[in-house]
Design a protein around this ligand. Structure first.
Ligand code: DX5
Ligand code: ZN
Length: 218
């Protein structure tokens, strides 16, 4: 299995201190930072987009921004996110009828490619062709749209199905993941762990990051 990567979701951070929050997480052992972009169409909420991403990537040199695009037209934002310094562009399969051309657009801008599936989408929606063209597969463990929701354990078998098909791929879980739910995720084979509330809400985020990483590595 690929190595463990912890990607704290900045949706749970203090936006007024965003760059400082990102630095704090990196100091605590996070290699990636997860940015939830919501457009008010694919999901009801609006969060942040390329202008804020640009502030973060300029303010924190070397940061790896894992951009989770909960947007209705994923093809529309590829250039803006690339220009703003996004490292990975992860879009939802539910949002497009032509995932392979979205992947090509992302590759043309030299970003890593992620493909996400929401709780009601089966793992078979990720065809071999799509998975082979992507760097990372994201299995949502809550309905996309907001932080702080309850982990949906019924999504975990999809992680195991994808891990069996793609032993070398990065597989990310996102939504309600923390010290209590990491065990089943790690056992099923996810290696990229997103956690918002569990990390930013902790007294000692560094300890949570270490625990999550250890759970994947054991
Ligand atoms: C939900 C987002 C998640 C969210 C995770 O739509 O995609 O990334 O911020 O937050 P927690 O870990 O609090 O569920
Ligand atoms: Zn997310």
């Amino acid at each position: 299995m690929p190595r463990a990567i912890i990607s704290p979701s900045v949706l749970a951070s203090d936006f007024g201190q965003l760059t400082a929050e990102c630095k704090r997480m990196m100091k605590g052992g996070a290699e990636w930072l997860h940015m939830d972009v919501m457009d008010g169409h694919f999901v009801p909420n609006i969060t942040m987009g390329a202008p804020i991403l640009s502030c973060v990537t300029k303010g924190v040199p070397g940061i790896f921004m894992d951009c989770h695009m909960m947007v209705a037209q994923p093809e529309k934002w590829v250039n803006d996110i690339a220009d703003a310094g996004g490292a990975l562009y992860c879009f939802h399969l539910e949002a497009t009828s032509d995932p392979l051309s979205v992947i090509k657009l992302i590759r043309d801008r030299n970003m890593k490619v992620g493909v996400a599936i929401s709780p009601d989408t089966p793992s078979t929606a990720v065809t071999d062709e799509i998975a082979n063209a992507a760097d990372m597969l994201l299995v949502m463990t809550v309905y996309p749209g907001r932080g702080g929701q309850k982990f949906l354990e019924r999504c975990v078998p999809k992680v195991a199905e994808l891990r069996a098909r793609f032993p070398e791929k990065d597989i990310e879980v996102d939504g309600g993941v923390g010290p209590k739910t990491i065990g089943v995720c790690a056992e099923a084979g996810s290696n990229v762990i997103v956690a918002g509330t569990a990390i930013f809400g902790a007294e000692n985020p560094e300890e949570v990051i270490t625990n999550l990483k250890d759970a994947v590595n054991t």
